[in-house]
Design a protein around this ligand. Structure first.
Ligand SMILES: Cc1ncc(COP(=O)(O)O)c(C=O)c1O
Ligand SMILES: [Zn+2]
Length: 419
């Protein structure tokens, strides 16, 4: 199997460009990286992965942000705002309350457009330039569309986004709109939007920048690289576990790939690789179902529901890459209720960390796994929070307290305060 944690690096095949090529994770077919546009394998339609003949070592990294890690990426630099270099917050009260040795929060909401998607887009839009395409497109639960619109604008390219009507948070549509994406609201869910945009891409109408595009995941690998470097700086060791929200399972796949490449380059021992632990909402949990049943792929859920609209996804396209990652690192996956998600959103807010509902799923999942005894009290854990609070102002209002109206008068204010 090609996705083993300890699989060694390969020599560059003839199709490689400067030691970089695309490889099918199912049948092993290899392709030149930038000659033609393809998202899946010509032979078997399997997912493609970017491969390097010389995986990077820690010593190869310098500078800041995503492009600090250019030795692990297909280009030196990209269309940048810039992105990455996000905080790894300490949350001492929450850490004590959850009951783990260490809890840190990697807040991806601190990226330029407020989510981790920027890391994928800085690389993806650079590849689009290499390929010479001019119209970029994605299906999105919101954040991808915001990032694509901003990075497309930065790169001077046209952008088209397909969104599930009525199920995208206000902040995200506002971003896509102001950055001048053409926005189509589809009468369907995210998975139907992706079906359509994939067809458009296959017809050559657009260049697809969903996480099916293997170059997006290259940028998202840097989340894992940043976590390991920052954690090691503080504790002289690596986290035991990384807990993350799962929608299309792009991050799960990307983090696993980052760790595999570090193992390949001799920079990380296989036993030090953190356990990848995915969290989904109960109403949209095909990955949890697949992990629980030991499947290699997910079953498509046609009906999905959760207030964490960013992960309201029933057909995770990257499941065949992510499931081996969860399995081989000794991780797991867990589903949480919308109520648990909102509670976790409040918990994080009480530490000053403002996140959107999908992001809080990681903390909700950790709590649940602690309660069930799956996560031990001696574990060092990093939870990933994927998007900023302001992405979904309606959810924030709902989770927080209502403003209190008061007369324009000091005595009225004092009266209220003394209540
Ligand atoms: C805030 C947020 N969290 C999590 C996810 C899911 O990420 P992935 O598709 O990498 O599993 C998304 C993607 O839509 C998102 O916007
Ligand atoms: Zn194939």
């Amino acid at each position: 199997m090609s996705l083993e944690l300890t699989a060694p690096a390969q020599d560059a095949p003839a199709v490689a460009d400067d030691g970089v090529w695309l490889e099918c994770i199912e049948c092993g077919e290899q392709f030149a990286p930038f000659e033609d546009i393809r998202y899946t394998c010509d032979d078997c339609d399997g997912l493609l992965e970017v491969r390097y003949d010389e995986p990077a070592t820690w010593d190869d990294f310098e500078g800041r942000g995503v492009w600090r890690y250019n030795a692990a990426l297909p280009f030196e630099a990209g269309v940048s705002l810039p992105e990455g270099d996000t905080p790894l917050h300490e949350v001492p009260r929450l850490e004590a309350d959850v009951g783990v040795e260490t809890l840190r929060i990697k807040h991806e909401g601190m990226n330029p457009t407020g989510s981790f998607k920027d890391r994928g887009m800085t690389v993806g839009v650079r590849v689009a330039k290499e390929l010479g395409v001019d119209r970029l497109a994605c299906a999105s639960t919101g954040n991808t569309s915001a990032a694509l619109a901003a990075y497309g604008a930065r790169g001077g390219m046209e952008t088209l986004v397909l969104l599930p009507a009525g199920n995208v948070a206000a902040g995200k549509i506002a971003q896509a709109s102001l950055h001048d994406a053409r926005i189509l609201e589809v009468d369907g869910n995210f998975d139907s939007c992706l079906d359509i945009v994939q067809e458009l891409a296959d017809m050559g109408e657009v260049y697809l920048l969903n996480s099916l595009n293997p170059f997006r995941l290259e940028g998202q690998k840097t989340i894992g690289l940043e976590i390991l470097e920052a954690f090691f700086d503080d504790y002289d060791t690596y986290p035991d576990r990384i807990v993350l929200p799962v929608g299309n399972a792009g991050n799960t796949s990307a983090l696993y790939k980052a760790f595999r490449e570090l193992v390949q380059s001799g920079s990380l021992d296989a036993e030090d690789v953190p356990k990848l632990t995915g969290v989904q909402a109960e109403g949209a949990a095909p990955m949890v179902e697949a992990v629980e049943n030991g499947w290699d792929d997910t079953r498509r859920w046609d009906e999905v529901e959760t207030k964490a609209t960013a992960i309201r996804i029933g057909n995770p396209v990257n499941a065949p890459k992510a499931l081996p990652g969860i399995r081989e690192t000794g991780g797991t996956a867990v589903a949480v209720s919308d109520e648990e998600i909102t509670d976790a959103q409040r918990d994080l807010a009480a530490e000053g960390v403002g996140v959107e509902p999908a992001s809080a799923a990681s903390v909700a999942g950790l709590r649940k796994l602690r309660r069930e005894g799956v996560v031990g009290d001696d574990e060092r854990v990093v939870c990933l929070t994927t998007g900023h609070l302001l992405k979904d102002p309606d959810a924030a209002f709902e989770a927080g307290d209502d403003p209190e109206p008061v007369a324009n008068d000091i005595d009225a204010v004092l009266d209220l305060l003394s209540e």
